[in-house]
Design a protein around this ligand. Structure first.
Ligand SMILES: O=C(CO)[C@H](O)[C@H](O)COP(=O)(O)O
Ligand SMILES: [Fe+2]
Length: 215
């Protein structure tokens, strides 16, 4: 079954309570929380205290996407703040050993670790790494902003990841983020993704209906 993770990057914060009521009434099982530091990406968003506030607003699983230069320092802070899933970027880490060490640390804190690659990063960098993670996040836009167009090169990466996971009999979540709507979401599901992140498509339409159209 496909998991839908609405991205609060596109939530209208002047309508926070009513939009969260709609998310809670929808079939979305996760809530996607984009953390940007103005350094790894040219934009700034939310810290751990705001995550704690969302913990009070929903019982959905909190899916934190760290677009920051120093995930080793801050990932544990978001674990303490209530995240169930924490995904950091391969490009922000020194090497594979570093990635594995942080995944292990997150597991010890009771969080499921994810690793993400940007559109320019080949999926082959994950071949020796994906088994240390519960989730791989394939970016289908350059990270930093909502409302961009879907990059179809994500589809081949999803296909390869699903083949690796199936061949190993592994229960890997494959998440895709950026430019997801009913049409691109279907292509991603067919390629093997099982978690769809959508921001502008959900929050700029009827929230319950938009989630339904992605399931
Ligand atoms: O990580 C992100 C941007 O870096 C967001 O999760 C993503 O962009 C969602 O927005 P949209 O669905 O509007 O593309
Ligand atoms: Fe994201």
């Amino acid at each position: 079954m496909t998991i839908i993770s609405p991205s609060i990057l596109s939530l209208d914060f002047s309508q926070l309570n009513s939009q969260m009521d709609a998310v809670n009434a929808s079939r979305a099982q996760w809530l996607h929380y984009d953390v940007m530091d103005g350094h790894f990406v040219p934009n700034l968003t939310f810290g751990p205290d705001i995550l704690k506030a969302f913990r009070k607003l929903t019982d959905r699983q909190l899916d934190v996407h760290l677009m920051i230069s120093d995930p080793r320092k801050y990932a544990p802070v978001f674990a303490q703040a209530g995240a169930q899933w924490i995904t950091f970027h391969y490009e922000a880490m020194n090497d594979a050993q570093d990635c594995r060490a942080l995944a292990k640390e997150l597991r010890a804190l009771g969080v499921k670790p994810g690793i993400s690659i940007k559109p320019q990063t080949p999926v082959s960098v994950l071949e020796a790494l994906w088994q240390d993670f519960d989730l791989v996040l394939v970016m289908s836009v350059e990270p930093g902003f909502g409302g961009q167009q879907f990059d179809p090169s994500a589809l081949d990466k999803i296909t390869v990841l699903r083949q690796w996971a199936q061949a190993a009999g592994a229960d890997l979540r494959i998440e895709v983020d950026g430019g997801i709507n009913a049409e691109t979401g279907k292509l991603c599901r067919e390629a093997g993704a099982d978690v769809l992140v959508a921001g502008s498509y959900i929050f700029k339409n009827n929230i319950v209906e938009a989630v339904d159209s992605l399931c």
